[in-house]
Design a protein around this ligand. Structure first.
Ligand code: HEM
Ligand SMILES: *[C@@H]1O[C@H](CO)[C@@H](O)[C@H](O)[C@H]1NC(C)=O
Length: 480
């Protein structure tokens, strides 16, 4: 072989080597230890499916195709429960509403949440996502207290202020929709966590969070100079900032705040500063990119479906007209947000078609029998939300964007954009509120055009329109 062939071969394999490095945290977790000792013990068999090549399994198939086709093809071939081997882990994928309910709700105690160790370290090991049992239930109660409808209704004015200033900063510009929606969703998350008084700390916190984010998908090699190393340092700084905010709050004792921080600081709960910091950073992580992705898809679907955009705009104009009758105060109220049924269906249909979280991960804590199939201890179990949301049997013409299908409530367990069961999204009320408020001002005051005719999807890891959906946006009155 000449030098050239060797270097070409090397180049060909470089992505592959990188791949293995990125996946090392997955590989080192519990995957292989339980595989060998299962077969003999049980009389029931594994679900159908291919485990692919040794070690790498079907990982290449997953990434060479788009993940959507990967899951859909296998479901067609094997049915709603099948096995595969990706990212170094043997997996069982489930794509029927019943099986998803079994894993997430009915037998949730047998399926624990699972993340790569490096991600856990980066977010904070005591954050809610990684927990089960009593500590999880406690954190969940505190989150729900801060995000339940009665608490969320007090946030309308603050959220509206953020939406109005985001939109006016875009006026007349070409923007990367996703990047801008991330800034908006970040601000809403921070408002709901800290209230209005922490502005000084919040700017610092944002800076550190951006650094953390840059290294989130990097190779988990903790050596000076690596992105991962910088991320971990930013993570320690974030912990310190939260600790500073906590001590300044403790000093001004009489403040009766209704935000998430106050809920976490309840003396009866006796959470440590580290526990609070891990969960604050975790909530930012859970709240920002998810909401921003859904908003980005809505902007795209509205533009591509003019009759839907017209109907949303009419519904929103109606709310403005009702106010003009008398009131001096033109700002939105909680009651207004309950008068947006069509806009709500647009949000639902967007979450169904785009299914930004295509699936979630669990791990079986013991051997489980599901309808005569063995789910071995230690295997990953992936409920495939996207497949469930795109099932032609329950959603006719599933690729079509048609909000009217939600005029009838979907059948049980066929629609779970916010998950289901013990780990279902506690932020869903806030997410809906911030989307409605932004859409109110967007559709009544602005017009926009899509710059790219490109219809591609990126996964980063959430499904997103290519390049974050560049648009040109301006106030209605200033454009022809
Ligand atoms: C449209 C936006 C959003 C979507 C589609 C979404 C979706 C989800 C889903 C599917 C889960 C469950 C994951 C699983 O079972 O593995 C989840 C969990 C979670 N979400 Fe959201 N979410 C959104 C916005 C938010 C917001 C705004 C917040 C906070 C204010 C939030 C906080 C959380 C937290 C803390 C969890 C973990 C709950 C637990 O483990 O018990 N999310 N979200
Ligand atoms: C459609 O929904 C029903 C009700 O939840 C469920 O029993 C059925 O399995 C679903 N159909 C498919 C093909 O997933």
């Amino acid at each position: 072989m000449t030098m050239d062939t060797i270097s070409i071969l090397f180049l060909l394999f470089l992505p592959f080597l990188c791949f293995l490095f990125i996946l090392l945290p997955f590989l080192s977790s519990s995957s292989s230890r339980s595989r060998s000792n299962q077969a003999g013990k049980s009389t029931i068999g594994l679900p159908p499916g291919s485990m692919g090549y040794p070690y790498v399994g079907e990982t290449f198939q997953l990434y060479s195709d788009n993940p959507i086709n990967f899951f859909a093809d296998r479901q067609n071939k094997y049915g709603p429960i099948f096995k595969t081997h990706i990212l170094g882990c043997p997996c069982i994928m489930v794509s029927s509403p019943e099986a998803a309910k079994f894993v997430l709700v009915t037998k949730a105690a047998l399926f624990k949440p699972t993340f790569p160790a490096s991600k856990e370290r980066m977010l904070g090991p005591q954050a809610i996502f990684f927990q089960q049992g009593d500590y999880h239930a406690r954190l969940r109660r505190l989150l729900l207290r801060a995000f339940m409808p009665e608490a969320t209704r007090g946030k309308v004015a603050g959220v509206e202020h953020l939406a109005v200033s985001a939109l006016s900063s875009w006026d007349g510009h070409t923007i990367d929709t996703y990047q801008q929606m991330k800034i908006y969703a970040f601000n809403v998350a921070l408002l709901s966590i800290f209230g209005k008084d922490e502005m000084l700390h919040v700017e610092e916190l944002k800076k550190c969070y951006y650094t953390l984010e840059k290294g989130y998908n990097s190779m988990p090699i903790n050596l000076p100079g690596t992105l991962f190393h910088k991320s971990m340092r930013a993570r320690r700084q974030l912990g310190q900032i939260v600790a500073d905010i906590l001590s300044s709050r403790r000093r001004q004792r009489n403040a009766v705040a209704s935000d998430l921080l106050a809920s976490f600081m309840d003396p009866k709960e006796a959470l440590t500063d580290a526990q609070i910091a891990d969960n604050i950073i975790g909530v930012i992580f859970a709240a920002r990119d998810t909401t921003a992705s859904v908003l980005t898809w809505i902007v795209k679907y509205l533009k591509e479906n003019p009759s839907v955009l017209r109907a949303v705009t009419e519904e929103q104009m109606e709310i403005i007209k009702l106010k003009e009758e008398g009131a001096e105060d033109k700002s939105l109220t909680w009651a207004d947000t309950k008068r947006m049924p069509f806009t709500c269906r647009v949000i639902q249909e967007t979450m169904r078609v785009a299914s930004i979280l295509s699936f979630t991960f669990r791990e079986a804590v013991e051997d489980v029998d599901y309808q005569g199939y063995l789910i071995p201890k230690g295997w990953k179990v992936l409920p495939l939300f996207r497949n469930i949301h795109h099932c032609a049997h329950n959603f006719s013409d599933p690729e079509k964007f048609d909000p009217s299908r939600f005029e009838v409530a979907p059948k049980p367990n066929t629609f779970m954009p916010f998950g289901s069961g013990t780990h279902a999204c506690p932020g869903n009320e806030l997410a809906k509120l911030e989307m409605l408020v932004l859409l109110h001002h967007l559709t009544t005051k602005y017009r926009w055009s899509l710059l790219a005719s490109d219809t591609g999807i990126e996964f980063g890891p959430f499904a997103l329109p290519s390049n974050g959906l560049p648009i040109k946006i301006s106030l209605k009155t200033t454009m022809n």
